[in-house]
Design a protein around this ligand. Structure first.
Ligand code: SAH
Ligand code: SF4
Length: 408
């Protein structure tokens, strides 16, 4: 049996070939209304539709089954009907990496060949799953590995939910859904800008929060944005989860330099949107993420200005100081440890909590801003070689190319 570096057994559920599409609908990722409509359309007697929907929902999202045969309280003839029309199919795990510190990183390949990563981070009192919302990211923050990816598409709600299903499979979590929770928290902090994929992220989180399914409380879900101002209020009103905002600088010129989105929505607009965030009070503070970049944003003066900014907008906030995580080819370096400590002290002295986030899973490149799909990590030379080989073989399919859908 394969075991992790921390000695736990690796449980990866077997799954059928996702390419074996035979016209049956994959119900994983459908919301309740879609599932009900789907069940109504396959000839289940009308009187039973509501009950069957509840039963199937429970088995898929509360018990994690992937076969209709396991749905023991569903009559045999209905089970056969369901199996004739539907499948319950997770995307494929291309690679699962296990860090010395218990962090697990999953590279997931979706049906069209695109890939994204999810990361599980166990801590003493919680287990957090970091979920991706897009393949790549359109925003090109200079210090972020994901931001260097050329091509991107939004993930569907099903693909977002599937990341959690896969992690729970691997962690063996379905057997004891409430007592033995291992994924207690979710952060939308993987690849992509979740607010540029608003509808799918909202739908996915609604599925995850459903009381008869996975039952994760909105208090345990955090959505991180680089500051897409027009959608921030909507996120608070319509999804109601905790908000984290990537700040990373305290002056517009410095922020624009490292985060091009600042040209569109500047610091003032972002902080005003934070002040207007529904439910932003002390019990549910906004988290500001601040990556510590040596010589760029880490001076004592920056720390003092950060305190002033947060005060000026009267924000109930905490600051997460993230030691910069390097990646191949980056221009930046992580601030000196002493300087990170000083920065933290200054912000604390200003009355604002500013913990330093311990980097996790660095040995498997699973830390913040290091995620990138495997095919995108290939060098240019490798890509050219592969393209030449594919052309030579007369193959029209080039695995390296991802489809790009224009994002809003
Ligand atoms: N796109 C969203 C969420 C994903 S990134 C956002 O930008 O908020 C999660 C956090 O990691 C963000 O605050 C991001 O700015 C930060 N980050 C990105 N690259 C990093 C790196 N190399 N080192 C440290 N933090 C990084
Ligand atoms: Fe995109 Fe966030 Fe990375 Fe910026 S930090 S490039 S918004 S994933």
């Amino acid at each position: 049996m394969q075991v992790t570096p921390t000695g736990e057994p690796v449980v990866v559920s077997p799954r059928a070939n996702p390419d074996a599409v035979d016209g049956r609908l994959n119900i994983l990722g459908l919301d309740r209304i879609e599932l009900k409509d789907a069940i109504a359309n396959i000839g289940v007697p009308e009187k039973q539709v509501k009950m069957r929907t509840s039963q199937v929902w429970h088995w898929v999202y509360h018990r994690g089954v992937s076969s209709f045969d396991d749905m023991l309280n569903v009559s045999k003839d209905v089970r056969a009907k369901l199996a004739a029309h539907f499948i319950i199919e997770r995307p494929e795990i291309v690679e699962a990496q296990y860090s010395e510190d218990g962090t697990r990183k999953y590279l997931i390949r979706f049906a069209d060949g695109n890939e994204a990563e999810a990361v599980y981070i166990p801590e003493e009192d919680r287990g957090t799953l970091c979920i991706s919302s897009q393949v790549g990211c359109t925003l090109n923050c200079k210090f972020c590995h994901t931001g260097t990816m050329r091509l991107v598409r939004n993930l569907t709600a099903a693909e977002i939910v599937a990341q959690l299903m896969i992690a729970r499979d691997d962690l063996g979590e379905w057997e004891n859904p409430t007592e033995g929770r291992r994924v207690t928290n979710i952060v939308m902090m993987g690849m992509g800008e979740p607010l540029y994929n608003f509808d799918n992220v909202k739908k996915a989180l609604e599925i995850v929060m459903d009381e008869e399914g996975i039952q994760l409380s909105r208090r345990r879900i955090t959505l991180s944005t680089s500051g897409v101002v027009p959608h921030m209020e909507r996120a608070g009103k319509e999804i109601g989860v905790n908000l984290a905002v990537s700040l990373h600088a305290v002056r517009d010129d410095a922020r624009t330099e490292i985060m091009p989105i600042n040209k569109k929505y500047n610091l003032h607009e972002v902080l005003q949107a934070c002040a207007n965030y529904p439910g932003a009070h002390n019990a549910r503070r906004i988290t500001f993420e601040y990556a510590m970049l040596k010589g760029v944003n880490d001076s004592d003066k920056d720390a003092r200005e950060l305190v002033q900014l947060i005060r000026r907008y009267k924000l109930p906030a905490k600051v997460n100081l993230i030691p910069f995580n390097p990646w191949p080819g980056t221009d930046y370096e992580c601030s000196e440890w002493d300087q990170i400590q000083r920065f933290s002290d200054i912000v604390y002295e200003g009355g604002i909590s500013a913990p330093i986030r311990t980097p996790r899973g660095r040995d498997i490149m699973a830390a913040c801003g290091q995620l990138k799909s495997a095919s995108e990590k290939k060098s240019k030379a490798e890509l050219l070689r592969e393209q030449a080989a594919a052309a030579g073989a007369g193959s029209g399919v080039d695995e390296v190319h991802h489809t790009s859908t224009g994002l809003t």
